[in-house]
Design a protein around this ligand. Sequence first.
Ligand code: EPU
Length: 410
Amino acid sequence: MQGSGPLNGVVPIGGAKNSALKLMAASLLAEGSTSLLNVPDIADVAIMGELLEAMGVQIERVGNRIDIDVPAELDPVAPYSLVERMRASIVVLGPLLARLGRARVAMPGGDDFGSRPIDMHLQGLEQLGATFSHEHGDITGKADRLVGAEVLLEFPSVGATENLMMAAVLARGTTIIENAAREPEITDLANFLSQMGATIDGLGTSRLTVEGVEVLRPTTYTVIPDRVEAATFLSAVAVCGGELLLKGARSDHMEMLIRKLQEMGMSLAAEPSGLRVEVRNRLRAVDISTLPYPGLATDYKPFLVTALCVAEGAGMVTENIFAGRFRYIDELVRMGAEIRAEGRHAVVRGVERLSGAPVRAHDIRAGAALVVAGLAAEGETIISDAHHVDRGYEDLAGKLSSVGALVTRT
Ligand code: EPU
């Protein structure tokens, strides 16, 4: 891609990857045909589809709708060949244990940002009565019938909250998840489960109460818009200037991000059809600290760091969720960014313009942030391992070029 700007036009925001993946896993909870609407056509969704198909589920995609046909009998195995390609595969564990009382899931691999344990998922499920053994890289879980319990999470883990919620909906009795994650994708999953017949209280709070039911029914449901895709385009306008309407974006899911970007000097306004953003001048640096929702999401950070790279002044960035999530900084430095990182902290001193260079994408968000950095750079930037970006974005290059960015996918 080439240095670009200003950007102008309308960008449609797709369905949220991190919701769609969990809703697909949750569809295992009910025999029959579930349809999901607004499902992005991205590699991670395809991997989750392959995973469900390996268990005996039939999946068909028509545009942005997927139809998931779940048979009475399932082979409750998530093989390493698929789990290693996508860490989020671990969320099939809760639904499989709840519906079949057994599951074998390979230990996840996934993104390249540090160790990502699943101890909280397993401890929580154990409290609901599951037992686990760990052999040959697989976790085998068993439970006659899960029984509701009070589970206090050590940290509001998104994945652990989701696995527990999906297990609790078919458990006997009441489950209380304390210190639950509150991300919009968790609420989306809870709404989906409720539509399937589950009883869940406390949506959007850190205390979820789930009343187990005997059986759930398949349903049709629309996935919420992807707030991280929206953040990606917000950062593109931050570095290129211009005016975009992010069609479908939910500003109520991005309040802290919007506040930060306004502090930097961006003008943002919620409209009935989406979020309008306008940038006419160079932005000002701010400090950034990632936290669980409603704090500033760790997934936004690579985009905010990229915006800081060309903002006026210096900003301090603190990562509180994933210790190792700073590798893309070395790539930004190759492009002329002035960043000093140590441990969980980085200081970013804005420069006038980055300088195009060959760089490498290490994970989905880092890859997309390098695309944005390329738009703020003089000359050509070539991103290798761009397949990481395809895991989470439907036609990022096409959407960017439709509003004036000079970017192509080869
Ligand atoms: N953690 C544990 N033990 C556990 C679970 C988590 O120590 O059993 C730690 C993690 O190592 C991490 C922290 O808790 O330090 C938070 O992890 P969390 O479980 O909340 O994250 P996740 O469910 O693995 C999801 C998203 C990530 C996003 C995080 C945080 C999906 C598929 N992934 O991951 O999104 O960064 O929540 O919001 O929903 C992405 O989309 O590119 C992405 C990485």
